[in-house]
Design a protein around this ligand. Structure first.
Ligand SMILES: Cc1cc2nc3c(=O)[nH]c(=O)nc-3n(C[C@H](O)[C@H](O)[C@H](O)COP(=O)(O)O)c2cc1C
Length: 354
C-alpha cells in the first residue's frame, strides 16, 4: 500500500469505526463551580498565544490529513476554518508530498486558504531515523509557509502497521540539529500514547519549543491499525493492535508529566470545551481534537466551523462558571483531583506545575 493511499484508509477508519479508548482521565479532575463569578460572560477574553502566534482560544486543528489529490477539499475546509476562526492548523505528515512532488498541490492549498493562521508543518520521527533532516524540514515548512514544525512520534503505530518503520535511531540528535538550523519554533508530538516526564526532559534538552502530549483517551492507532490488519486478514497484527490499545499515558496525566518548560499542547480525547478548560487548568497552553473534526470536515465548511465554535462556546461557559476573565485566571482556578489521576500523581510523585 502506498503512503498516500494509507492516509485515505486511516481517515476512513477513524471516521467510520469505533477507534476511541476513552481513557483520558480528564474525568478525574473537577473544576470548582463559582456561584458568584462577578464577570460578564460576553467579555471573557479567550485569546492566547501558542508557538509565538495569537489564537482566538486555546485550540488548534491538529495534524490530520496529508498530501493526496482526494484530500484537497478537506484541506481547504480545515484551512478556511482555521483562518476564519483565528485558530491554528497542523497538516498531517508531509512525507508523501516530499517524496512525490505531485502531491504538494493538496497541501499548498493550506497556505492559500489560511495565509494568517498559525500553520504547522509535519514530519515523522521514523523518517528522521532514515536520513530526513534539516533539508526536509525546510522543505516541509516552505511547502505550506508554516510558522512552526511538528515532529511526530508514532513508534507504536509503526510497529503494528503492516508496512511500518521501527527503527528509532538518533531521533533526539536529529531533532536538536533541526531545531538549531531553522528559525521557526519546533513542536514534538505523540500520536496517542502520551509523553512521560522522563521523555519531556530529554526533549527539553533538544531546545524544542513545545510538546503535544497526545495521550491515550481518543484516537487509538493500535485499534486503527488492527482494523487495517483485519481488512487484510493478518491475525498476528490484529492481536498486537488489541493488546497494545491501552498502552501509554492518559492525556490528563501526560499534561502534568510533560509540563517542565516547553509550551504544552493537549490532544488525545479532547472532546468538548470542558476538556479544553480542564487541560488548561492542568497546564496546557493549547489543545486540539482530530477525529471529531473528520465528520464535519467531510460535510462542509459551515459544519466544521460550527463544531469548532461549539468547542469555543463550551470553553467560554466553563471559564465563566469558574470566574475566569482570561486564560491566566483560568490557569489558576481551583480544582479537585480524584481517582486514577490522583493515584497517578501520587505514585509518580509529580505535582501540577502552575
Ligand atoms: C485520520 C488521522 C490522521 C492523523 N495523521 C497524523 C499525522 O500525519 N501526523 C501527526 O503528527 N499526527 C496525526 N494524527 C494524530 C492527531 O494529530 C492527534 O494527535 C491524535 O489523533 C489524537 O487526537 P484525537 O484523539 O482528538 O484524535 C492523525 C489523526 C487522525 C485522526
Amino acid at each position: 500500500m502506498t503512503i498516500k493511499n494509507r492516509k485515505l484508509e486511516h481517515i476512513a477508519i477513524c471516521k467510520n469505526y469505533d477507534i476511541e479508548k476513552n481513557e483520558t482521565l480528564l474525568g478525574d479532575i473537577k473544576l470548582l463551580h463559582n456561584a458568584v463569578p462577578e464577570i460578564n460572560k460576553n467579555s471573557i477574553d479567550t485569546e492566547t498565544t501558542f508557538l509565538d502566534k495569537k489564537i482566538d482560544f486555546p485550540f488548534i486543528i491538529p495534524a490530520i490529513t496529508g498530501g493526496h489529490p482526494d484530500l484537497i477539499e478537506i484541506n481547504k475546509r480545515l484551512a478556511k476554518a482555521a483562518e476564519e476562526i483565528k485558530i491554528g492548523i497542523g497538516v498531517g505528515s508531509q512525507r508523501a508530498a516530499i517524496e512525490n512532488p505531485e502531491l504538494e498541490k493538496s497541501l499548498k492549498i493550506v497556505k492559500e486558504k489560511a495565509p494568517n493562521a498559525l500553520k504547522i508543518a509535519n514530519l515523522g520521527a521514523p523518517q528522521l531515523s532514515k536520513g530526513y533532516g534539516v533539508k526536509e524540514a525546510k522543505k516541509a515548512i516552505e511547502m505550506i509557509d508554516a510558522d512552526s514544525l511538528a515532529i511526530h512520534l508514532n513508534f507504536l503505530q509503526e510497529a503494528i502497521q503492516l508496512e511500518g518503520d521501527t527503527e528509532a535511531k538518533d531521533v533526539l540528535g536529529t531533532i536538536k540539529k533541526i531545531k538549531n538550523k531553522i528559525k521557526e519554533p519546533v513542536i514534538v508530538k505523540e500520536t496517542g500514547q502520551g509523553i512521560t516526564r522522563e521523555t519531556a526532559k530529554k526533549l527539553k534538552k533538544t531546545n524544542i519549543d513545545a510538546i503535544d502530549v497526545s495521550g491515550i483517551g481518543g484516537t487509538s492507532w493500535p485499534l486503527v491499525e488492527k482494523i487495517r490488519a483485519n481488512n487484510e486478514n493478518i491475525q498476528r497484527k490484529k492481536k498486537l493492535g488489541d493488546l497494545f490499545s491501552s498502552w501509554g499515558i492518559p492525556t490528563a496525566a501526560s499534561i502534568i508529566e510533560a509540563n517542565i518548560g516547553p509550551q504544552i499542547m493537549a490532544s488525545g480525547g479532547i472532546r468538548n470545551g470542558i476538556d479544553i478548560a480542564k487541560s488548561v487548568v492542568l497546564g496546557a497552553d493549547c489543545t486540539g481534537a482530530a477525529t471529531p473534526l473528520l465528520e464535519p470536515a467531510t460535510e462542509d465548511l459551515e459544519s466544521l466551523k460550527n463544531k469548532i465554535k461549539l468547542f469555543k462556546e463550551e470553553f467560554r461557559l466553563a471559564m465563566f462558571l469558574t470566574g475566569s476573565k482570561n486564560i491566566k485566571q483560568l490557569k489558576n482556578t481551583q480544582f479537585v483531583l480524584k481517582g486514577r489521576l490522583k493515584n497517578w500523581t501520587t505514585q509518580r510523585n509529580i505535582e501540577i506545575n502552575r
